[in-house]
Design a protein around this ligand. Structure first.
Ligand code: ZN
Length: 427
């Protein structure tokens, strides 16, 4: 086998090797600026271990291709003024598109993880929720949106995220129960209407990748993101890569044991007091309705019902808040803590990042942390490593786009088409 330069495949020339090394160093610079920015060149040198002249050269190339820009110089009390650099969030952008049960959301996301503009497409306007209907609706709306919002920015591709069981590497939605999808080749359905390259990722893993580059995972190489909401799932990040395993089936935490309280609900699937039966938003809201803590109004969606429960628990004015509501939220936090302790003992991550409905009442997070500390063999010290996710409501569009932005961060010159397989100079 030979490549197009007529050399045996797998061999790289000295010129290519130098380019790859330059790209690796440029990526290290970008990552340092993302994690610590805005930062001066001297600080970048310190964080990356690169020499000052290398940092000067690399930052110049990165500024030339609009990945970095300079802020106004800062005058220190002594010494030379420092010029802070930051990642340019408004030149290189990716489209992020998330397909949920009730709506599709999409938008433009800058290389610094900022959401520039976004839009929502409610699914109730569609005659059915088939893959063809949803992707057709999205394709049409995205074209109109880009014509209006792209505004001269450079679009490097589209990231699509969806819940359920997703094998991103094979481009397949293996199963999405609530939408009734099985074995759907989503990239093929979207390829003609969305700007490529197109990257598919499962929602919880996409959220973990957003936290990895722009949020609670910036300073650590390994963590577990635990999503506790209507949806339950975990994403395991090891050496800054999401672990998937065979069939991309990793991270299913629904049936981890959350309580052995004989009064607690039993799961129809596993028969135990698992997270699914006793600690999801759905389970919590159902119990609150059953006890009459919140009205049993079917018109309230799960999110609204959860907000009502949190509002009932919160002390208002001279009142102390509904004790039953507080007890439900505290019990849920403890149950999640028990399951998180199992995850901590099994994986021993540097951090656990919590996401989803569990964060709407963060006054109970200490309850959760204490329970993890009490159950884990690492003891109470582990409590400090349990942190909330950084991104709130706008996370779905951002996290959908991250797998595409990640390619620019890790291989900036290749992703922008600036690294060619050039023939080596004659020696
Ligand atoms: Zn179960």
């Amino acid at each position: 086998m030979q490549n197009r330069n007529g050399r045996p495949q797998g061999l790289v020339t000295a010129g290519q090797r130098a380019q790859l090394m330059r790209q690796g160093n440029a990526s290290a610079v970008l990552r340092a600026v993302l994690a610590h920015g805005p930062v001066s060149r001297a600080e970048i040198a310190r964080h990356t271990g690169l020499s000052a002249p290398s940092v000067t050269k690399l930052t110049a190339s990165l500024m030339e291709v609009e990945l970095l820009n300079e802020l106004a110089p800062v005058e220190p009390t002594q010494g030379r003024p420092r010029v802070p650099l930051r990642v340019d969030g408004d030149r290189i952008v990716a489209l992020g598109l998330h397909i949920g049960l009730l709506r599709t959301t999409f938008g433009l996301v800058g290389l610094d993880g900022s959401v520039i503009a976004e839009r929502e497409l409610p699914h109730h306007e569609l005659p059915d929720l088939s893959p063809a209907r949803i992707t057709e609706q999205a394709g049409r709306a995205v074209r109109a949106f880009l014509a209006e919002k792209l505004d001269g920015r450079r679009l490097v591709g589209t990231g699509v995220s969806i819940g359920g069981w997703v094998d991103g590497a094979r481009g397949r939605v293996v199963e999405h129960g609530p939408l009734g999808w099985r074995d759907v080749n989503l990239p093929a359905l979207l390829a003609d209407s969305l700007p490529g390259p197109l990257v598919l990722e499962q929602t919880v893993r996409a959220i973990a990748r957003a936290e990895l580059w722009f949020g609670a995972g910036r300073e650590v190489d390994d963590f577990v993101l635990v999503m506790i909401g209507n949806v339950l799932g975990a994403a395991i990040v090891v050496d800054r890569t999401v672990h998937r395993g065979p069939g991309a089936a990793a991270g299913a935490i629904e049936h981890l044991l959350a309580t052995d309280d004989p009064e607690a609900a039993r799961c129809p699937v596993c028969g135990a007091g698992c997270l699914n039966a006793t600690a999801s938003d759905t389970a919590l809201v159902a119990r609150a309705r059953e006890l009459g803590v919140i009205p049993d109004d079917p018109a309230d969606g799960a999110a609204l019902a959860l907000e009502r429960l949190v509002a009932a628990a919160r002390p208002a004015g001279s009142g102390t808040g509904d004790e039953q509501a507080q007890d439900l939220l505290r019990t849920r936090a403890r149950r999640v803590g028990r399951a998180v302790a199992t995850i901590v003992d099994l994986i021993n991550p540097s951090r656990v990042v919590l996401a989803g409905g569990i964060l709407v009442a963060d006054e109970y997070l200490d309850e959760l942390r204490t329970e993890v500390g009490r159950r884990s063999h690492r003891g109470l010290a582990v409590a400090d490593d349990i942190v909330p996710a950084v991104f709130g409501a706008r996370t779905l569009v951002r996290s959908s786009a991250v797998p595409v932005l990640e390619q620019v961060i890790t291989e900036p010159f290749s992703a922008l088409g600036l690294l060619q397989d050039r023939p080596a100079k004659p020696v």
